[in-house]
Design a protein around this ligand. Sequence first.
Ligand code: ST9
Length: 106
Amino acid sequence: VMAESVDHQKRFQAAVDVIQNLPKSGAYRPPYEVMLRFYCLYKQAVCGPCTVSRPGFWDPVGRYKWDAWSRLGEMSSESAMAAYVDEMKKVAQEVIDTMPINEKTA
Ligand code: ST9
C-alpha cells in the first residue's frame, strides 16, 4: 500500500510539472471545463477539501474555481492525484487524435 501511494505521488508530480511547463498558448487550446477539472483535482490533491469561503459577486472566475473544488467534497488526496493523472492521459489522447497529422510548422 505504501509503495502504491509513492507511485501515485510521483505520477501526479510528473503530470503537474508537465502542465506547469506547457507554453501559455500553443496549438492546443484547453476548454475551460478541462482547465477547471485540472484545477480542482490539483487543489484537492495538494490542499485537501475546500474549506475557504466562496468568492463574491466581483470574482466570477474565483466562484467557478471554488464550485469545482467544493464539488469534490471529501475525495481523498490519493484519489485526486490518480484522477489528475487519468485526466492528463485522456486529454493527451484527445490531442493526439485531433492534431492534423500533415501540419507543417517549419
Ligand atoms: C500546447 C502544446 O498547445 C501542445 C499540446 C500538448 C498537449 C499535451 C496534453 C497534456 C494535457 C494538457 C492539458 C492542459 C490543461 C491546462 C490546465 C490548467 C490548470 N494543475 O500560480 P498561478 C493552480 S500547450 C492545476 O496563478 P502559474 C494554483 O494552485 C497550450 N492547477 O499560476 C492556483 O490556484 P489558486 C496550452 C494548478 O503557477 C492556480 O492554479 N497551455 C497547477 O503561473 C493559478 O496558479 C496551457 O494550457 C497544475 N499543475 O501557472 C498551459 N499548478 O488560484 C497550462 C498550479 O486557487 N498551464 N495550479 O491559488 C498553465 O496555465 C499554468 O502553468 C498554470 C499554473 C495555471 C497551471
